[in-house]
Ligand binder design. Sequence first.
Ligand code: MN
Length: 268
Amino acid sequence: MVVPGILTSDGAGVNLRRIIGSPQLNMLDPFLLLDEFGSNNPEDYICGFPPHPHRGFETITYMLNGKFHHKDSTRNEGYLTDGSVQWMTAGRGVIHSEMPEQTDGLVRGFQLWLNLPKNKKMIPPYYKDIPAVNIPRVEFPGGITKVIAGKFMGVKGPGQPKTGMFYYDIKLQSQKELYIPIIDSWNAFFFVYEGTIIINKTVERDQLAVLNIKGGCLLKAGGLGAQFIIVAGKPLNEPVARGGPFVMNTREEIMQAINDYKNGILVK
Ligand code: MN
């Protein structure tokens, strides 16, 4: 299945491309949402995401270009720069703000929401900034992979997900191939942000492909090469109740989260 993502807006009027979490692809267990934000026009994002709450999942923000100021209710403050990752576990509750800044006129990146299993939804919040230099780069014939989480060719990434998953950013040269092993029961997707990838069909720039394969997948770059993120994870197979910035297992737990937020006890 190939999904183009839809152009939408969130936060204080940030224009973005919603790729997972849209009507076409509501979720891909354990992934709840994938947004690509990116623009040369500061008006598309400069008001950012002023303070807002989360509960019940993790957000992984990966900046290809540009910077991101982060501040949260656990007094964590971060400054994401080009090529870095912020790994935030909302757990039982966090209130944070996310404010983008350009580098040389550019802001581009991804935010992925990774669900937490039922027994970990109310764990204490956790936060880690991963600078670009701490993200290993693995060179192979025809390309290079940045390992954000999981293991690639024996090299482990710095991300510490609470469930089984991997997250790579891969650059493949023109016409080069790469085989990526994927555990049979895991759900997997890739999103092309430059060039094209050929599997059984051509996946264009700004398209996401859900992989429906056993064992792994053979990816080939098109004539202009390709840059893409590929992510896979073990499905939780648990009920999902969504309420905007809260993702729990039942409607009642969502109502509880809304009440806790209103009463100022979400983050205590
Ligand atoms: Mn947020």
